[in-house]
Design a protein around this ligand. Sequence first.
Ligand code: ADP
Ligand code: MG
Length: 597
Amino acid sequence: MNLSEFNRVLRQVFLLPVIALLITAGALYLQVRGSNDTVRLIQNTDATIAQAALVGKLIADQESGLRGYQATHDDRFLSEFHQVEGSIQSELENLDLAIQADEDQRGNIEDLRNEYQNWHDAFALPIMATVRAGGTANDVTLNLYGKTLMDQVRQDVAAITRRAEKVRSARIEQWQHQVHNMIEALIAIALGMGVLIGLFTRSRLKSVSSAYRSSLEVLSRRAEELYQSEQKLRTTLVSIGDGVITCDADGRIQLMNPVACELTGWGQIEASYRMLEDVFRIVNQKTGEPVETPVAKVKRLRTVVGVGYDTALIRKDGSRILIADSGAPIRDQTDAIVGIVLVFRDITLERRTQETLLSNEKLAVAGRLAATIAHEIHNPLDAVSNLLYLMRTGATEEESKQFIEMAESELARVTQISRAMLGLYRESRAPVPVDLKEILEDILLLMEHRFHELNVSIETDLPSSVKVKAFPAELRQVFTNLVSNAAEASSPGGKIRIGAHTQIANGSANSGAVVFIQDNGAGIAEEARTQLFRPFFTTKGEQGTGLGLWVSRGIISKHGGSIEISSETDPAAHGTIVTVFLPEQPVIGTVSLPAPN
Ligand code: ADP
Ligand code: MG
């Protein structure tokens, strides 16, 4: 049940009693109106009775006026008689009005009117005439006749009264009946409504309470799920191999997992509510300078952040470990940062391994070159010893001069080779200006024999002006790798093109030198392309280390440059071209070997 349904039920529960009350009030109104009508009819019969009494009284008054005149012959009684006569007629009219549509009463009134008229004309008028004529009005028969007529009139008045009273009592009975009915109806309506409201409210409340119960169930299920997922997260956090620290938005530590405790040397309880920078003290390994805390960095950048390459964590006991870490903001629904989670791991061993691998690769390159170099050096030395032999066995002075020049040039070549060889190992401490032409030519010189062996030809396009600042030995290592890869990929008779040119762009970061090494070998298979820069990826079996490209990319990245490989395996036009960009001014030290992935 949603909120609007709930409101509807509430409205219904409220509305029903109101409707019931309205119906009851309507019924009550009708009943009261009915009984009011009856009361009005009762009042009407009361008026009839009173009117009949009035008429009776007036007639009696007229009669007593007549008697007075009869007895005293005084005209004053006669005038009273006449006075009342007018009233009697008008009161009879009123009586007629009062009885309304009652036919019986109409008959009674008609009778009264006739009897009265009879008395008036047949008795009162003759008496008055007799008296006025000076005669006596004591005739017994006439007076008895007058009395009989008057009795008749009285009986008529009484009949009207009786009839009215009968009607009245019938109406009173009707009224009582109505009141009785009304009370009964009221009780019935009230009971009916009560039961109806009760049943209705019960059913509505039942549905509300069942909805309430089911929403309680949903809530408790959610709470249970929440609890379980929290437990899962907690377990994950505890069993995770990396150190995890969560902080509130101010950078106070809330939680540390066991690995974090082990790496920092701090206990979970003692670290709680401390500022992160007290527990997680990080410095640059090389310079010793403090590094910005991940909390500050996350707050500043409002996104996931990592730490610099050479970041060391100072543990509680003062010892240092190299770490890799990342910090991420924890946001609430309004996207505000409410905390920061920090994940870090000890990479001391990993770094050592990387360094070892790097030197291994150097050794491998040197090893592979050793045979070439021995051969390269052997040839000129052989030539020199041959020349010395010729000179010792009686050459002319002219010839000796020529032999010495030849020996000198052979020795110069040896020197050149040994210098190139040394260059592979000697490294300057800071980047120095490097002529790429020189480096590439040195490499080609050292590898001449190998090219010969593999039967590949070299074509170069190396203007002398291509210069960058770099670590020359490292660049030599890179290009030796790339050129040997090209040579090894080429089939006999293959051709390798090596070129370099300066690139001038707006920003100094985009200005520098581009070196490309192109071969017309078989190309790199689609599935191998994504793996080229992974350590130990090689298609050469025992012959390869799979470290060349990985190391090369590390070195190039360290110089702030980039390395790209595009390759084609189409039988009609196959080959690979490796392009290296080196910025004019290297940005050294931020990036080095990419992590093996
Ligand atoms: P390695 O030479 O010891 O195998 P690298 O890292 O130098 O290791 O090269 C990795 C792999 O990349 C090689 O084994 C090879 O399959 C592929 N590769 C590199 N350069 C080329 C190229 N010019 N042509 C074809 N394949 C290449
Ligand atoms: Mg290689």
